[in-house]
Design a protein around this ligand. Structure first.
Ligand code: AMP
Length: 142
């Protein structure tokens, strides 16, 4: 498998070299909004440890991502008055992966509303700011 590339965009976000709409952080994981959301509140949860995807991540690091994803999912359900949550994780191009630092997609879902196709459009900054504020508030109460 291809080696981890420390210059991928999420590694730059982790190092503070590129901005993001951060909603959650702990010692092992970071969560921020997807800028091309497939549903309002679409969030990405990433490990702080370098890992390309499910095929090379250490089990403990993946457990940290799972724990943070659960926290974000529960808050997102409340923040976006959602009816459910979809989690997705893509590994390698054949698996649909585009950015090669492991990430879990956390997508709030509403009954009868389909996901937008991946990377359909870049969301307005104001909408992303508002959604981050809502999710952060819900996470504080979690
Ligand atoms: P994938 O690798 O297929 O699981 O998808 C990568 C995801 O990252 C897509 O949903 C993109 O919209 C998202 N994405 C790409 N660049 C950024 C960025 N700078 N900030 C937030 N999300 C991003």
């Amino acid at each position: 498998m291809t080696a981890y590339d420390p210059n991928n965009i999420f590694a730059k976000i982790l190092r503070g070299e590129f901005p993001c709409y951060k909603v959650y952080e702990d010692d092992h994981a970071l969560a921020f909004l997807d800028i091309m959301p497939r549903t309002p509140g679409h969030t990405l949860v990433i490990p702080k440890a370098p890992a390309r995807n499910i095929l090379d991540i250490e089990p403990e690091d993946f457990a940290h991502v799972a724990r943070a994803s659960r926290t974000v999912a529960r808050a997102a359900l409340q923040a976006f008055k959602a009816d459910g949550i979809t989690l997705q994780q893509f590994s390698e191009p054949a698996g649909g992966q585009v950015v090669f630092h492991l990430h879990m997609h956390v997508m709030p879902r509403h009954d009868g509303i389909a996901l937008l196709p991946p990377a359909s459009r870049k969301e307005d900054a104001k909408v992303l700011e508002d959604n981050a504020t809502r999710l952060i508030a819900a996470l504080k109460g979690a």
